[in-house]
Design a protein around this ligand. Structure first.
Ligand code: AMP
Length: 573
């Protein structure tokens, strides 16, 4: 780890110098690539870089990346040897993308891991000694046409040599996490986590959506898990041999007492607080709950009975790792990520709150407090001034490093007329809907939306999967008695929270029709996820889209609609 260490004080105090050095190194390595030569003619001059190299989106560099994936040399885009490719989740920004990776990535992973671990140890007493459940799933690694490995980032990391040394405190043996069958892996990760429940200090997954998915899985399998624990044998359908063998080193003997306890907790009418009840020593839930993941906050608060802080540790993507959350205890809506200047070279396009832009491009250390920016990445593996598609807001500085709040994906908006509703607007509407639902003991476990322009005027359609909080285990019956008044109110509350343009054009019913809430059967959002996974998305990186355009994905939802409700009044302008 010679490049630049993991000392947070040093990194953040010298942010300007470090960013400068990073750009120098990238230019020295990449100046003679086919891509950069077009703009710099071999020069490594930083000012020339800023003047001549265009801001691009993925589609612009895709032909170059594809050529390397098809077998042409790395130096088309990168002076460093490209050793692998990552597939992005493709659920947040639309189509799946592949990104080149070089050996520098594993250095960056180690730095990120070391820094976040130090933050957690400092914040939570006894964390270092405990076990951390990180539900992680891997995919088979495929290859590009020229034979280079291609996999989601989390899979590549989990299968890498450095993972073993970094994730030593997991209650599940590596063989369980590496098991290619997601169902067997999830079952065995739960089993190992339950057997060692007294040592577990944290329960989580990279993204909140994954953790919620695991809890839904537990709802189906808790009786079987308890029965395995009671007799000390894992179920026969766990056929992956290395997974099975490694579980038997954890589940060494019958434990009827623990089986009774699990049956007692999971058999209760409500699953409120189930995570804290099953893992009583857990100090937090580690899962990203910012951005689109905010839709899972009510579910995770419910499962932890509001007793465990929800910790969003990192902000990262397949393009680059960006930053870490220095205050794990901050509320999800106050989470900011402190950018690490040694990860990549970062620039920012100044944008207005409403999405317009002045076009001004600003360096990492020159960001202004309160302003909104779209992030650009120049990395060691061949992306130069590439738009990631995320909009962030500066909330402060730690030493010289800016701290940014994730605001939204740039492109994800609903619009049926000339209004523009952002992901952030949708999240606000969802927060309002949550309050209304809570008044009648309902919670949602899935949410997405789409702009229906087949009606005149067009209108917003919101899909929700609902459950009762108290009568959790018999929610289906409760759903049959959906309360029309509450759900209509929910539609109105969402509309009231939308921006001025929406409310204006909605007011006369001429341009925007009444918002429609379609309640779907339980399990629908799991089916939606399976649909995206069948298209190559990765479970570990899956993010339920806030809005959907794909006709096939919509069909998955449409087939499961139980009831429809409409807002019955225009929101005040
Ligand atoms: P992927 O490349 O598939 O891992 O997706 C990366 C994208 O996930 C980012 O560009 C963000 O839009 C989103 N993302 C990653 N980390 C966070 C975070 N901490 N908060 C909000 N969104 C995030």
């Amino acid at each position: 780890m010679s490049r630049i260490g993991c000392d947070l004080e040093e990194l953040t105090s010298n942010a300007k110098q470090i960013q400068d050095d990073v750009l120098t190194k990238i230019l020295k390595a990449n100046a003679n690539t086919e891509y950069l030569r077009r703009f710099l003619q071999g020069s490594t001059d930083k000012e020339l870089f800023k003047k001549n190299v265009p801001v691009v989106s993925y589609e612009d560099v895709k032909p170059y990346i594809d050529r390397v994936a098809n077998g042409e040399p790395s130096d088309i885009i990168s002076g460093n040897h490209i050793t692998a490719f990552f597939r992005s989740s493709g659920t947040s920004g639309g189509n799946q993308k592949i990104f080149p990776a070089t050996s520098i990535l594993s250095e960056n992973i180690q730095i990120l891991f070391t820094i976040t671990s130090a933050i957690m140890y400092k914040c939570f007493d006894g964390f270092k000694q405990g076990k951390v459940i990180r539900f992680t799933f891997t995919h088979p690694i495929s290859t590009t046409p020229c034979g280079l490995p291609l996999a989601p980032l989390i899979t590549s990391f989990t299968k890498s040599a450095c993972y073993k040394s970094l994730a030593k405190n997991s209650p599940s043996p590596d063989q369980v996490i590496l098991c290619p069958d997601t169902k067997q892996s999830m079952y065995c990760q739960l089993l190992c986590g339950l057997v060692q429940r007294d040592e577990v200090v944290s329960v989580g997954a990279m993204f909140a959506s994954v953790l919620v998915q695991v809890i839904h899985f537990l709802e189906i399998y808790w009786k079987e898990l308890a029965s395995n624990i009671r007799c000390g044998h894992v179920s026969e359908w766990i056929t992956d041999l290395s997974c099975r063998d490694s579980v038997s080193t954890i589940l060494v003997e019958p434990n009827p007492k623990l089986a009774d306890l699990i049956e007692n907790e999971c058999g209760q009418k409500s699953w409120q607080g189930i995570v804290s009840r099953l893992w009583p020593k857990a100090k937090c839930i580690e899962a990203i709950v910012t951005g689109t993941m905010a839709q899972y906050i009510p579910a995770l608060e419910f499962y932890s009975n509001n007793e465990l802080p929800l910790v969003s540790k990192v902000y990262a993507s397949s393009e680059a790792f960006f930053g870490v959350n220095l205050e794990p205890l901050s509320k999800p809506q106050h989470v900011s990520y402190t950018f690490l200047p040694n990860m990549s070279y970062f620039e920012f396009i100044d944008v207005n709150v409403d999405g317009g832009t002045t076009g001004e491009i600003v360096d990492l250390v020159n960001l202004k407090l309160g302003r909104y920016y779209e992030i650009l990445v120049t990395n060691f593996s061949g992306l130069h001034r590439c738009r990631v598609g995320d909009v962030l807001q500066v909330t402060g500085f730690y030493n010289m490093a800016p701290q940014l709040r994730f605001v939204r994906r740039k492109d994800t908006v609903l619009s049926v007329y000339v209004e523009s509703t952002t992901e952030e607007d949708l999240l606000k509407a969802l927060a309002r809907a949550t309050v209304v639902l809570e008044s009648s003991d309902l919670m949602y476990t899935g949410f997405t939306s789409y702009a229906d322009v087949s009606t005149v005027p067009g209108h917003y359609v919101v899909y929700m999967e609902l459950r009762a909080k108290v009568d959790y285990n018999s929610s289906t019956d409760v759903l049959l008695q959906l309360d029309n008044k509450v759900l209509v109110e929910c539609c109105c509350a969402m509309e009231q929270s939308f921006n001025g343009a929406y409310r204006l054009f909605r007011s006369k019913d001429e341009h925007i029709g009444a918002l429609e809430l379609r309640v779907v059967q339980q399990g629908t959002f799991d089916s939606l996820m399976k649909f995206f996974l069948s298209r190559g998305a990765s479970l570990a990186q899956y993010k339920t889209p806030m809005c959907i355009n794909s006709v096939e994905a919509l069909k998955t939802l449409e087939d499961k609609v139980l009831a429809r409700f409409f807002s019955d009044k225009s929101p005040p302008v």
